[in-house]
Design a binder for this molecule. Structure first.
Ligand SMILES: [Fe+2]
Ligand SMILES: [Fe+2]
Length: 185
């Protein structure tokens, strides 16, 4: 699948606000990929596709989790988590995509221990793209200029803190990713 094909698909699939967010993720992912020596074409494509399933019907997504034998623990957590692995598996079925691109789409919300540099670029870009506005986003953007791995840790820290403040449950994979990326001294 070419970038232009992906762009057409996503422009048709997502509402304008989410498409604008997506273009921001593409811009940031391209910049971070160039900065950290990650494949720029794969980064642009994964960024364009990352929120493909964002507006899919909740029950339909839950059905995909069962039918495709994805992690059933997903069904016990916030539905917000579903669109990443569901989008990845549906796109993988329908189009000719590199496994690296599929992985970056799959891991963009929860993260994953040992995730690839491309996965990291998409994970961080989703959190800091230019349209994002929340307390602390500027600090995350600064860290992303210094170190991709530290930006992953900072993004996880901000996301986990946000969930703690809301007193909601935290998906174990996110904690596992945090533990994996925070290096012991
Ligand atoms: Fe997303
Ligand atoms: Fe996103």
């Amino acid at each position: 699948m070419t970038y232009e094909q992906a762009r057409t698909l996503i422009e048709q699939t997502l509402p304008e606000k989410r498409f604008i967010h997506t273009l921001g993720v593409v811009e940031t992912a391209e910049h971070l990929a160039k900065t950290y020596g990650v494949n720029v074409e794969q980064a642009r494509l994964a960024a364009m596709l990352h929120d493909y399933a964002k507006y899919m019907d909740r029950d339909e997504m839950r059905q995909v989790v069962r039918a495709e034998q994805l992690d059933l623990a997903l069904l016990e957590f916030d539905d917000e988590l579903l669109h990443a692995p569901v989008g990845a598996v549906l796109l993988d079925r329908a189009y000719d995509l590199d496994a690296a691109v599929v992985s970056a789409i799959k891991n963009h919300t929860t993260g994953s221990p040992g995730m690839s540099r491309l996965d990291q670029v998409i994970f961080v870009s989703d959190a800091i793209e230019p349209n994002r506005r929340y307390p602390g986003v500027e600090a995350l953007r600064d860290v992303a200029e210094q170190s991709l791995e530290l930006a992953v840790v900072a993004t996880l820290r901000q996301s986990i803190q946000h969930l703690l403040n809301k007193s909601v449950r935290i998906f174990p994979l996110t904690i596992a990713t945090y533990n994996d990326f925070v290096k012991t001294p």
